[in-house]
Ligand binder design. Structure first.
Ligand code: SAH
Length: 360
């Protein structure tokens, strides 16, 4: 077996119970191990002081506790810190730490690459490699938290990095359960937001989970016709059904569903689009998050003008929606979706005989 097969990090309580019972130990040991892994976040078995010495030794012989390793880390002038993780098989994913006045946020990835190919998203342009495992998702959070000094300020976690979380349901929701568990990472459900294009069966499944995160829907267009041009997934899960599913979603503590809308100059940023959006979302308990495009040479769109953003925002506010405009963070370090990963992948392209990046 490979070292990866022995990694305990990412197993839930049931998985750890199997491990300890395989070693002939009582089930309560699993709970102790679980607390070391996810509450204390200790990786060295020798430091797990309430486990007997022989058990610690046997664990160390057969298992490891490994977080994914970061190989590149960049700090922006605004304090945003971006991590590039290289996973055991060489796949790379990004996470971003975003400090703000009154909160601090970690943005995590759930897939290496993404199969959805949204026209304005670098991750999609670069292609898809694989689903992450629960431990690789949790490990991003553990790494960033370990780097930051403990403070009174609560953590926010947004599942808005690379990949479509609802195409990797088991690992993503498995990781979220451990994040939200008061005996583990203890992140309050209302401090956690999952962003999705709306993979319908998985979205209804998430809605039925006993503990759920907040929901953000990547909308980006007010009509099926326009959305289809930007997001191929519209063919499979149409905008009307996605909005209907989001309206049914039980948000923690009576909050609001967030709709994300990337503004693209001359494409979806006109007043008529804002009015159509108002009609689409009428009567929803919804919050609109307008995101001026984060441009990059490989992206065939331009950011909107400030006037277009203002105009769009005003129409939605006048219709009594809560609107926020996402201030771009960490632009000097390419912190937008997929950019650090792409930089890494494009590096070999500098030589004349190098292969093109693989879009699988
Ligand atoms: N697949 C999920 C989560 C990852 S993308 C989803 O689509 O929601 C997280 C958010 O970043 C999405 O709303 C996505 O549309 C947005 N995004 C992607 N590329 C962007 C870019 N170049 N500029 C601004 N936002 C972008």
């Amino acid at each position: 077996m490979t070292a990866a097969a022995h990694n305990l990090f990412g197993l839930d309580l049931r998985g750890l119970e199997e491990v300890v019972s395989g070693l002939g130990e009582p089930a309560f040991r699993a709970r102790q191990l679980y607390a070391w892994l996810y509450r204390r976040r200790v990786r060295d078995f020798a430091a797990m002081s309430n486990l007997s010495k022989p058990l610690r030794e046997r664990l160390a012989e057969q298992y490891v506790v490994v977080w994914p390793e970061w190989t590149d880390r960049q700090l922006s002038y605004d304090g945003t810190r971006k991590y590039l993780f290289r996973l055991a098989d060489g796949a790379t994913v990004e996470s971003v730490y975003i400090p703000e006045q009154r909160r601090r946020t970690i943005c995590i990835s759930t897939q290496a690459g993404c199969p959805l190919k949204c026209a304005f998203c670098l991750t999609g342009i670069a292609g898809y490699t694989r689903n992450l495992k629960a431990g690789e998702i949790l490990g991003q959070v553990a790494t960033v938290m370990a780097e930051e000094p403990p403070r009174e300020m609560a953590w926010n976690i947004v599942v808005m990095g690379m990949g479509e979380p609802l195409l990797n349901y088991e690992a993503t929701v498995g990781a979220l359960r451990i994040l939200m568990d008061p005996d583990a990472f203890s992140v309050a459900p209302r401090k956690l937001t999952l962003s999705t294009v709306g993979i319908l069966p998985a979205l209804d499944r998430l809605a039925a989970e006993p503990v759920r995160p907040n929901l953000a829907i990547s909308l980006h267009a007010p009509t099926a016709e326009l959305r289809r041009r930007l997001m191929p997934i519209e063919e499979k899960y149409g905008i009307e059904e996605v909005v209907a599913a989001a309206r049914r979603y039980p948000i923690p503590r009576g909050g609001l569903v967030t709709y994300e809308y990337v503004l693209l100059r001359g494409v979806n940023d006109a007043p008529e689009h804002a009015h159509a959006l108002v009609r689409l979302l009428k009567g929803s308990r919804a919050k609109l998050n307008l995101i001026p495009l984060n441009p990059a040479p490989a992206i065939p769109f331009e950011p909107p003008t400030e006037e277009a953003v203002d105009g769009f925002c005003r129409i939605l506010s006048a219709a009594h929606f809560t609107v926020s405009v996402r201030r771009s963070r960490g632009q000097d370090i390419l912190a937008a979706c997929g950019q650090l990963h792409l930089k890494e992948r494009l590096r070999p392209l500098q030589g004349p005989s190098s292969p093109a990046p693989q879009a699988s």
